[in-house]
Ligand binder design. Structure first.
Ligand code: ZN
Length: 440
């Protein structure tokens, strides 16, 4: 067996990995870099001459969004993903086409694939149920495990020649409001683990104390007449944060103000309500009613809302304020409002505008938005509502699975090195660079 990152080696990038077993090439995930643009955002597939299967762990941009592009180069590939994820993936890929088209008109960025390519992708996807082993070829068996993280997310177990290889994907061992916890196999010989929260810092704060801390701040801002922007990833944090805010409002812990969400958060919340099996029917019915009562979808023409300075909560994607997204456009206005606030819900890539806003706030500096120097007058903070394993869970995963080999991917270099340092006496650990081949 051989393992090679094409993206996601010592970074959170265009996550994509090649696992070669007896001449069979299995591509695990097929993402785009969250901050880079155009061809530079793709995994490093130039030297790849064959792919037999592509397995998609979940529908976040950095795990999914190259898929139609890669399928143009390798049209005979079979794509495997969880049944729930199939619906999401196609919806999100079609949205990516629209985003690329808009950027193409604005600044000439290439459109990497079209709606037609997404249609072709649909035909290639074979949906799989969790925990149902499937044979990829003689003596290679694949099983998807529920990964927590977001709806439809899977970890991947590949068995060959008596060896078990387990790829965590983005994983959460703790249950969330909207997704149950991950299921792990009993053991594995090789573990390929994400390491997003490999640094032992604020990310170990527990969810309940984070809800209390957020509530206190939200209440203060809303009662003093300000508005709050909560940037989210449309899939996952979108539903989790919406659910949490509505619960707090219904129980009287938060002022009952309008909650604005953008189109993509809305579409994925609808899919969550109709397709997701990890939420019970009472909660589903409750969420539906609460949405009717408090939630407004941001209309196409929203200039009036940009200037509307009254108490409201805006739950908008993207989660890291990536340029040209709705959260970026609203942040541009809200940053300068003294009474208002921007609260991040999880990890900010050091290259993202979200990270720059946090830094500017902490160091009383200005931040550049749309080529304009802005003073950060509003309150800014970061909370841990992540769907990723926290630091302690990242240590727990290999300790439970007891692998001979442990490989870390999908994390900032410092975070991955920190995990290696912590576990160096317990496991043989590799942290490959992109295109570095690891023989297993
Ligand atoms: Zn993810």
């Amino acid at each position: 067996m051989n393992f090679t990152p094409l993206g996601g080696g010592r970074e959170i990038g265009a996550n994509s990995y090649i696992l070669s077993i007896n001449g069979l090439n299995i591509m695990i995930d097929c993402g785009r870099h969250p901050v880079k643009e155009g061809y530079g955002s793709l995994p490093l597939i130039e030297d790849l001459d064959r792919v037999d299967y592509i397995v998609i762990s979940h529908s976040h941009y950095d795990h999914l969004s190259s898929l139609p592009y890669v399928l143009k180069k390798f049209p005979d590939v079979t794509v495997l993903t969880s049944t729930e994820n199939k619906f999401l993936a196609l919806r999100i890929l079609n949205n990516s086409v629209e985003v690329m088209k808009k950027k193409n008109e604005k600044c000439g960025e290439p459109v990497l694939y079209t709606h037609r390519d997404v249609k072709k992708t649909r035909k290639k996807i074979v949906p799989l149920d969790y925990l149902q082993p499937v044979e990829l070829s003689n003596d290679i068996v694949l099983t998807l495990y529920p990964a927590g993280h977001v709806m439809g997310a899977a970890s991947i177990l590949i068995e060959h020649d008596g060896k078990k290889l387990f790829y965590t994907g983005d994983i959460s061992l703790s249950p969330q409001l909207t997704v149950p916890a991950a299921t792990l196999p009993e053991r594995a010989d090789i573990v390929i683990s994400e390491g997003t929260y490999g640094l032992k810092d604020a990310q170990t704060a527990d969810r309940h104390s984070e809800i209390r801390r957020l509530n206190k701040k939200l209440k203060k801002i809303l009662e003093s007449g300000g508005r709050v922007l909560l940037p989210v990833f449309a899939l996952g944090r979108g539903q989790e944060v919406l659910f949490m805010i509505l619960k707090q409002m219904e129980s009287g812990k938060l002022p009952r103000v309008p909650v604005y969400i953008n189109g993509m958060v809305h579409v994925l919340t609808e899919l969550f309500l109709t397709e997701h099996s990890g939420i019970d029917n009472n909660e589903r019915a409750w969420l539906r009613e609460a949405i009717k009562k408090y939630v407004v979808v941001v209309p196409r023409k929203f200039n009036w809302l940009l200037k509307e300075k009254r108490p409201m909560i805006l739950i908008l994607s993207s989660g890291m304020l990536i340029e040209d997204t709705l959260s970026y456009v609203f942040a541009h206005e809200i940053l300068i409002e003294e009474k208002s606030a921007i609260y991040f819900m999880g990890y900010q890539s050091p290259e993202s505008p979200g990270f720059s806003v946090l830094e500017a706030f902490r160091n009383s500096k200005t931040v550049t938005f749309d080529e304009e120097e802005l003073e950060v007058n509003c309150d800014v903070d970061i909370f841990n509502f992540s769907g990723h394993a926290n630091y302690f869970e990242l240590l727990e995963i290999p300790r439970r699975l007891q692998p001979e080999r442990l490989i870390y991917v999908h994390g900032d270099e410092e975070a991955l090195e920190n995990l290696k340092e912590e576990l160096r006496y317990e496991f043989q650990i590799d942290i490959p660079e992109n295109l570095e081949n690891i023989a297993l």
